[in-house]
Design a protein around this ligand. Structure first.
Ligand code: GLP
Length: 264
């Protein structure tokens, strides 16, 4: 696992956007096959998306041959609701880039048969060629996508029940009223994320410090599902100084030394 530590979230977000664009451009230079990208929601990726939008506008990258799959969606929230992940993605990314509409995939939280919806999603990912890169965030309890504590590290796309903690944290998007936060979601599994050739996780701010300590220094455990990244050959956590505040000094120094030696 690599841990790229930047001074603040603005610098970390730029690093992530440039990294993703570089990967898209590298693949486009050698093949016509689409770049298959996993995407996340939350406040964390917004600055990364803003920089990708700028890069598309300035001709530095194109999403014309990108196929994307989002991580998750609430169950039962209308797509048109401002806090649905459908609305979020269009507001912060898709409405401003050149990705063809038919290449955009987001789980349907209102599917009449959610189990069939999840199965079809996994099949569509395989049909697209599998993920080249998965961009994710992390919850305060270390969850990746909506893989709450006690999700199997072998899990695949499925219906999940959200924890009280997650619903409380996310109630800030729902008038601070936990009762408005859906109780369930559809989410890709930990194994779905880890099936990607490369995984890039964003984590900014002191609220993520415990999650990063558990994921980086703790044992691999279903209690902190981001810790599954320890078993991935190409996993990178892009973070800021605040979010690594609980790492051991020696861990921090080592990641900084790697950055210096390898020039990330
Ligand atoms: C939700 C999403 C996750 C996201 C997390 C953190 O639980 N399902 O994918 O990583 O929130 O959100 P934020 O970036 O707002 O801290």
């Amino acid at each position: 696992m690599k841990v790229v530590i930047r001074d603040n979230s603005a610098k970390g977000s730029l690093w992530a956007a440039h990294y993703i664009a570089r990967r898209i451009n590298e693949k486009a230079a050698i093949t016509d096959k689409p770049f298959v990208l996993g995407l996340c929601t939350g406040s964390t990726p917004i600055e990364t998306y803003a920089e990708l939008i700028r890069m598309v506008r300035d001709g530095e990258v194109s999403f014309k041959n990108v196929i994307s799959f989002n991580m998750d969606e609430y169950v039962g929230l209308p797509e048109s609701h401002p806090e649905s992940y459908h609305s979020f993605m269009h507001r912060y990314l898709f409405d401003h880039i050149d990705e063809p509409a038919e290449n955009i995939h987001i789980l349907n939280g209102n599917a009449p048969d959610p189990v069939a919806e999840c199965k079809a999603y996994e099949e569509a990912i395989v049909k697209a060629g599998g993920f080249d890169l998965f961009l994710g965030g992390v919850g305060e309890d270390g969850h990746i996508a909506f893989n709450e504590p006690f999700s199997s590290l072998q899990s695949r796309t499925r219906v999940v029940t959200l924890t009280q903690d997650t619903r409380e944290v996310n109630s800030r998007f729902f008038d601070n009223d936990i009762n408005q936060v859906p109780r369930q979601a559809l989410t890709v599994g930990v194994a779905t994320v880890l099936s990607s050739k490369e995984v890039v996780i964003l984590a900014f701010g002191s609220k993520k410090a415990r999650a990063l300590k558990d994921a980086i220094e703790g044992p691999m455990s279903h209690y902190c599902t981001l810790s599954g990244l320890q078993n991935h050959p190409a996993g990178t956590i892009v973070c800021d100084e605040l979010s690594v505040g609980e790492l051991k000094v020696n861990s921090y120094r080592y990641f900084k030394a790697v950055e210096e030696a390898e020039g990330c």
